[in-house]
Design a protein around this ligand. Structure first.
Ligand SMILES: [Zn+2]
Length: 536
């Protein structure tokens, strides 16, 4: 503006006077003219100085405003006025889905110039993406400060100042996949299930989908918040069951039994055997039975795992395993301790570690319950997914994450979150053997021992052509009646990777009060994966 005014002859007041011309035109009245020219020049200098000072002040004010509204110290202060200041100057940033796959980058949450937040997918992403108001939840709540802050360049800021519009807040790019999330949501919703699905990428730790039902529409919180906060209908919509749900793991816990067995006995794949003669194990109060009191007869480890024979695993844990070693394995597997996860979650618990912490001996009855993931054992779907991820990834757990990058409104990458190795949960050799066990669950495979077909409890996956599934089912009893939660946890290998067995996606499904795992959780997992791999 300033430069333009100087150059333009039309802007009279700022024009540089042509003194030469005045002098030459009139010799007699020269002095008057000279006086007049001097005074004009002085006015000109004063004017220019004023313009400069004004512009400088504007820039300084703009800079101060920018600095003030972006100071974390202000943000962390819960004073509503200061938060109001941020909202007054910055438009809250956008949350996007991942564009790693064909579904592409989609808006999951965005704000208008009045900072009204909208969630185009409504209930589908409600727990993962979360919400900004009412204290915040999910990614929107977790990244609150970054989304409300604007890190655009100084030049960019001037543009927004000129337009008198809000500075764009920083945008968050997530690892979530719109298609996978929709498939998971629809598979659960079809039967009005309560439960959770979490899908991750074991080679990177990227969380691809996270669904919890019942959910809520984050666009409607002004109408529904109080009821949900007080849980008036007992549905617990605000609980993210994928991370905060605590369930008895049922037979999915046999993955841990098998890991321990293989750690202590590397030849167990070849020489383990158990004769499930009566379909029960133990006596009196301290006894458990196989599903439907089935007699599984003579079995090796693969058969016992594929059949999910309770008697075999109760016998293994109570008679074959070294409990001190099992305890340290469970600690390594993050039971009764923190999980590597940044958003809210519930810790898992095993009675083996609870009794140790209390300086008590574990009773035989409790020990049999531990073996089959019953009793007081509690696990979140997130935790079971982490264990499965490590099995799928040669024993190494990649830290699960949902935020890929943070980008300023002018396109500058502020932070990039790369895959991070969390820790090795088991040896590569043990992981490989457990994968073999998990393959037997999802297939109908001839026994090494008898040559006859062994029907795994998730054999519904048998015969998929675009991918191959590995897994473990679980039916977790709770309460006094015949209530049970249905579990499936496993992973898939895309058809082109069948040979090297490179795991593609890891999926964990829990259906509350859903009955038998193979009846309820397996079809949900299979529907999601069939759609993802274009199986039909
Ligand atoms: Zn049995």
């Amino acid at each position: 503006m300033w430069k333009k005014n100087q150059d333009s002859p039309d802007e009279g007041g700022v024009r540089v006077p042509d003194t030469k011309r005045f002098r030459n035109d009139s010799g007699n009245s020269g002095e008057i003219h000279v006086e007049s020219v001097k005074s004009r020049a002085r006015r000109q200098i004063v004017f220019s100085a004023v313009v400069f000072v004004l512009l400088f002040s504007l820039m300084a004010a703009s800079f101060c405003r920018y600095a003030i509204v972006n100071q974390r110290i202000l943000f962390d202060n819960s004073d509503n006025n200061r938060r109001y200041l941020l909202e007054k100057h910055n438009r809250r940033g956008t949350i996007y889905s991942s564009d790693d796959y064909s579904s592409g980058e989609e808006v999951l949450a965005e704000s208008d110039d009045e900072n009204n937040r909208s969630y185009p997918y409504g209930e589908i992403f409600c727990h993962a993406v979360g919400f900004a108001s009412y204290g915040g939840g999910g990614i929107d709540g977790y990244m609150d400060y970054q989304l409300m802050t604007s890190n655009i360049s100084f030049q960019e800021r001037l543009k927004y100042d000129k337009e008198e519009s809000l500075y764009p807040g920083n945008d968050v790019f997530t690892t979530l996949d719109v298609n996978l999330q929709q498939y998971a949501y629809e598979a659960l919703l079809r039967e009005y299930y309560r439960g959770a699905v979490i899908i991750t990428e074991p080679s990177t730790g990227k969380i691809r989908a996270m669904v919890s039902l019942p959910g809520f529409d984050p666009n409607m919180l002004d109408y529904t918040w109080e009821g949900m906060r007080d849980d008036v209908n007992g549905r617990g919509e605000l609980v993210n069951r994928a991370t905060q749900g605590s369930y008895p793991p049922g037979s999915t816990f046999k993955i841990l039994d098998a890991i321990e067995m293989l750690q202590e006995n590397p030849s167990a794949m070849e020489d383990y055997s158990f004769d499930c003669q009566t379909g029960t194990f133990g006596e009196g109060d301290a006894s458990i039975h196989c599903f439907d009191y089935e007699h599984h007869h003579e079995q090796n480890l693969k058969e016992a795992f594929a059949h999910s024979c309770n008697s075999a695993f109760a016998s293994m844990v109570s008679e074959d395993l070294n409990l001190d070693q099992f305890r340290s394995t469970l600690k390594k597997m993050m039971f009764n301790g923190p999980l590597p996860y940044s958003l809210p979650y519930s810790e898992s618990s095993s009675q083996l570690l609870v009794t140790e912490a209390n300086g008590e001996e574990i009773s035989r009855k409790e020990l049999l319950q531990v073996a089959i993931g019953q009793g007081s054992t509690l696990v979140s779907p997130l935790h079971m997914n982490m264990i499965t991820m490590a099995v799928a990834n040669n024993g190494v757990l990649m830290r699960p994450y949902m935020i890929e990058s943070l980008m300023a409104g002018d396109g500058k990458i502020l932070r990039q979150y790369d895959p991070k190795t969390e820790k090795r949960l088991m040896d590569e050799d043990v992981a490989r053997k457990v994968r073999t066990l998990m393959r037997g669950v999802t297939n109908v495979l001839p026994s090494d021992r008898t040559g006859e077909n062994v029907w795994g409890t998730a054999n519904e996956f048998n015969g998929t052509t675009n991918y191959m599934a590995y897994g473990k089912t679980g039916t977790a009893e709770f309460g006094d009646e015949d209530d049970s939660h249905a579990w499936f946890t496993g992973f898939t290998v895309a058809d082109e990777d069948r040979e090297d067995g490179q795991a593609d996606l890891c999926i964990t499904v829990v259906i509350e009060n859903g009955g038998v795992g193979s009846d309820k959780a397996v079809p949900v997992a299979k529907e999601i994966m069939d759609r993802w791999y274009g199986e039909y």
